[in-house]
Design a protein around this ligand. Structure first.
Ligand SMILES: N[C@@H](CCC(=O)N[C@@H](CS)C(=O)NCC(=O)O)C(=O)O
Length: 205
């Protein structure tokens, strides 16, 4: 059995989508970040960074329990444990790793920068917010161009790179829809990923 500690952020969704799409049984423990449930001694014992998501697999490698934080580490863990959604051909692996890292380390941190810089008190610094918004748009333009030529994030095979990208995309779509509008190939792709029953289950926080 697996325990997942998460909230409905892009990182939380990435981990939950991973478990659902890899068909791994788990119990969800919603963590209320506003109430500081990620700062309790029990939570910090699992992840001293005090960040969701955290996954505890009681039947980890060698049958021993293992605790994993970092949404993309959880994504890789689930794919490797289940043998699902990784490229079948080793020659496709470099493009897959590139797409996965591009989704995990460009998209979500930029989304976080937009959300967090918009919240600065007493007044957000507009040029900074706009700088991150322009960066976001430049990333989406590249993804849109890529998805004009390939069906999925890493090529013509569905992989966890799609799941990573989708978690960021769908979070932004809900928060600031205009920042995902105007990218027809991404829209086509997001409709397909968002219609997957496992992904739909994962989005219901
Ligand atoms: N790189 C980490 C980032 C995790 C992260 O930033 N989690 C946020 C929510 S999306 C969090 O728990 N923030 C609460 C805090 O830092 O106090 C990952 O991919 O999991």
């Amino acid at each position: 059995m697996i325990d997942l500690y998460a909230a409905g952020t892009s990182n939380g969704m990435r981990a939950r989508i991973a478990l659902e799409e890899c068909g791994l049984a788990y119990t969800l423990h919603p963590i209320n970040l506003e109430k500081g449930e990620n700062r309790t001694p029990q939570f910090l014992a699992m992840n001293p960074m005090g960040q969701i998501p955290v996954m505890v697999d009681h039947d980890g490698p060698g049958g021993k329990p293992v605790t994993v934080s970092q949404s993309s580490a959880i994504l890789m863990y689930c794919a490797e444990k289940s043998g699902k959604h990784l490229p079948r051909n080793p020659a496709d692996r470099p493009a897959f790793l590139e797409a996965l890292m591009r989704a995990s380390t460009d998209i979500t941190p930029t989304l976080g920068a937009i959300f967090n810089s918009s919240k600065i008190k007493p007044e957000p610094h507009a040029p900074t917010v706009n700088w991150f918004k322009d960066l976001w748009k430049s990333y989406l333009k590249v993804w849109d161009d890529l998805l004009a030529r390939r069906k999925y994030a890493a090529g013509n095979e569905f992989t966890i790179a799609d799941l990573s990208l989708f978690a960021g995309y769908v979070r932004m779509q809900k928060a600031i829809p205009e920042l995902v509008n105007g990218y027809p190939n991404l829209e086509r792709w997001a409709k397909e990923i968002g219609a997957r029953p496992a992904t739909q289950r994962a989005l219901k926080f």
